[in-house]
Write a protein that binds this ligand. Structure first.
Ligand code: FMN
Length: 343
């Protein structure tokens, strides 16, 4: 039967663990930062279902640094969810470094620097994805944050500001300089900033980047919706890990599926309606601990829309669940749709 080729050995290592500086994950995936979604309730659920690392949504550095903000439980990691990363956004290296220290001090295990956000408001203020046009600023921010904290520091990038050669050169320069400085990892969403969420994700480019920078930990992001495709992406591109974003909204089962496929087991069957109801209730309970009841019901609606994708009569279930205006009404609606078979 011959020896296992070194290539296969490398693949095996990659598909079973992921090193982000001193943080070692036993599986090569994580839950992405998701602004407006990845609060403690969603992160806790992701952990329960087997995500080895989760992230806060992006925080504006200059706001997050205020002690008053950091005293708010919504901005702090909870004791039972480590490791959890904090993602920050800003254009001023000193503020980013100060905020990184404050977030490390309140218990975050990793600091991720956002140079990817494509929203108009952020770009207008020359932050997030805009900074892909300014490799020097990106590296100043990185250097100051790296100097200031002891935990792992990573960066979230897109593949450039737009599809021009200049944009690509800037992106390549950032990857190259971050790699020379032994950054703990680069997460790359395989689209440009101007693409936002449209067009194909350039997984070929991610494979090329990994090939050019073999010693740098590269985490791929983009259109990762089901366990088999995700594992296929890992194998084919050779990236070290993947970051699960929209695929996990209303679908924490994705992590169970990934863990199963990594162990060579089949993807578990679709959760039964009773199992779905249990998880929806658990998620909602978590949200009710963070927000006052009316706000909790309103806030949870965007998750419910996604949970309904697994329901056999999706549209009807969605209508019933979204009509609920109070906590009691929502719990009754869940019972009706998932237990009493009324949707
Ligand atoms: C609602 C929403 C919020 C997001 N918030 C963040 C964020 O706070 N920080 C970040 O780096 N990326 C954020 N992203 C981008 C995702 O992390 C991810 O890179 C992107 O959605 C591509 O992955 P997907 O196609 O698998 O969803 C967000 C995406 C969505 C849809």
């Amino acid at each position: 039967m011959g020896q296992v080729p070194p290539y296969a050995y490398k693949k095996q290592i990659q598909l079973t663990m992921l090193e982000l500086g001193n943080l070692i994950l036993n599986v090569p995936f994580m839950q992405a930062p998701l602004s407006g979604y990845s609060d403690y309730a969603m992160r806790r659920l992701a952990r329960d279902f087997g995500a080895p690392l989760t992230f806060s949504g992006v925080m504006l550095a200059k706001s997050a640094v205020h002690p008053k903000v950091l005293r708010n439980p919504a901005f702090r990691p909870h004791d039972d969810e480590h490791p959890v990363g904090a993602q920050i956004l800003g254009e001023d290296p000193a503020t980013m470094a100060k905020t990184a220290v404050a977030l490390q001090d309140v218990g975050y295990d990793l600091i991720d620097l956002n140079f990817a956000c494509p929203t108009t408001k952020v770009l207008r203020r020359q932050r997030g994805g805009y900074l892909l046009k300014e490799p020097e600023t990106v590296m100043h921010i990185y250097d100051q944050v790296r100097e200031a904290v002891t935990c792992p520091v990573t960066m979230k990038l897109r593949t450039g500001f737009n599809s021009s050669q200049q944009s690509y050169d800037n992106f390549y320069r950032i990857v190259s300089e971050a790699s020379e400085r032994n950054i703990d990892a680069l997460t790359i969403h395989g689209r440009t900033v101007v693409q936002k969420f449209t067009g194909d994700v350039d997984w070929n480019l991610l494979a090329e980047i990994k090939n050019h920078f073999p010693k740098t930990t590269i985490i791929g992001s983009g259109d990762l919706f089901d366990p088999q495709t995700i594992i296929h992406r890992l194998k084919v591109t050779n990236v070290d890990g993947v970051s699960i974003a929209r695929g996990a909204v209303g679908n924490p089962w994705i992590y169970e599926g990934l863990n199963a496929v990594l162990k060579g087991e089949p993807v578990p069957a679709r959760p039964t309606l009773a199992e779905q109801a249990e998880v929806i209730r658990r998620h909602f309970k978590g949200i009710c601990r963070l927000y006052e009841p009316t706000l909790a019901v309103r806030y949870f609606r965007k998750f419910l829309i996604h949970y309904c994708r697994l329901h056999p009569t999706r549209k009807k279930a969605q209508k019933t669940l979204l009509a609920a205006k109070s906590k009691t009404q929502l719990l009754t609606a869940i019972e009706d749709c998932y237990v009493n078979g009324e949707a």
